[in-house]
Design a protein around this ligand. Structure first.
Ligand code: A3P
Length: 327
């Protein structure tokens, strides 16, 4: 298998610009994005070297805290509905976290004790595989090869202020799990880092625009969804997604309400009450309940001052200038 463009990335790491203010990760700037060191040292090289894309793969992509968990649940339940009807009492999503049903490509590799075993686990997933990533489009495992050989990408984008607040709250909660005290990481600091394009996976606007442009250039390969639209019309969004993934709901399934049952199964209310999501930990060790908070649009205003909101709006507007994209 080819080794990709990243030969030596791990050894270059120490020379890349460093950001230590974002707990619990140390971030490095690579190819214009601020990513955790562990992603750059292990996850990205392994994703490029050891991951063999398949034409029927479905890759769920997102900037962190934009609705990934929900997207994972919806895609998994839709693609696997023949084996696991949404009404079944022992549906995997009633027993396991969506994060354990759909692995993150680069994160599962980055955190693996045994890289060979982790790569073999990805290989062993039945086709069509559903995988997830927070990687920017330009850093996907050999984008040319992905575009030519691999399947479809579903991207979910969210209002940056809501993603930022969600991320800040998640960081405080999830950092406890890994023994890091993020209590002194203030929202103002998080806002300042975000606006400087120096938070986790930032610049957020660039992350979004890359996928948005890809969806315009290759609309049959990249579907661009908005979290707020999914909240307004979950069933309509799910139908769009199913059709795009090549497993549209038949008229007969729609008649029987299979699509509505999947939307219901994956709703915040349902997933939040699953024991594995209330009490368990995901495979990467994070308490699963940290992934389910409010799940609404506009909650940022309950946490940020209007001035912080304005700072984010200005930074995003500036970052998006000339792109043709707006939130
Ligand atoms: P909030 O913190 O604003 O509530 P990610 O999955 O990318 O980590 O994003 C997490 C955000 O998605 C959190 O937002 C979380 O509450 C919300 N979320 C999780 N499951 C959801 C669901 N089933 N429906 C809607 N939103 C959901």
């Amino acid at each position: 298998m080819d080794s990709g463009r990243d030969d030596g990335l791990a050894s270059e790491l120490a020379n890349l610009p460093l950001e230590t203010r974002y707990p619990p990760f140390t971030l490095r700037q690579y190819a214009g994005f601020w990513l955790p060191e562990v992603t750059l040292a292990r996850g990205l090289p392994a994703a490029r070297d050891r991951f063999a894309p398949r034409p029927d793969d479905v890759l769920l992509a997102s900037f962190p805290k934009s609705g990934t968990t929900w997207l994972k649940a919806l895609a998994f339940a839709t693609v696997r509905r023949a084996a696991h009807p949404p009404s079944s009492h022992d549906h995997p999503l009633r027993r396991r976290s969506p994060h354990d049903c759909v692995p993150f490509l680069e994160i599962s590799l980055a955190l693996a004790d045994d890289m060979d075993a982790a790569a073999a686990d990805l290989d062993a997933l039945p086709s069509p595989r559903v995988l997830a990533t927070h990687l920017p489009f330009s850093l996907l495992p050999v984008p040319g090869r992905l575009a030519a050989a691999a399947g479809r990408i579903v991207y979910v984008c969210r209002d940056p202020k809501d993603a930022l607040v969600s991320s800040w709250l998640f960081t405080r909660k999830a950092s406890e799990n890994v023994g890091v005290d993020a209590g002194s990481f203030s929202l103002r600091e998080a806002v300042e880092l975000f606006c400087a394009g120096r938070g986790l996976s930032c610049p957020q606007w660039r992350h979004v625009v890359e996928y948005w442009e890809a969806s315009r250039n290759e609309h049959h390969r990249v579907l661009f969804l908005r979290y707020e639209q999914m909240l307004r019309d979950p069933v309509g969004s799910l139908r769009t997604m199913a059709e795009f993934m090549g497993c549209a709901f038949s008229p007969e399934e729609e008649e029987r309400g299979v699509d509505r049952a999947i939307a219901e199964l994956c709703s915040m209310e349902e997933l939040k009450n699953v024991e594995a999501n209330r009490k368990g930990r995901t495979g990467s060790g994070v308490k699963a309940d940290a992934f389910f908070r409010k799940g609404v649009a506009g909650d940022w205003s309950n946490h940020m001052t209007p001035e912080m909101g304005k700072m984010v709006d200005e930074a995003v507007k500036h970052g998006l200038r000339g792109s043709g994209f707006s939130f």
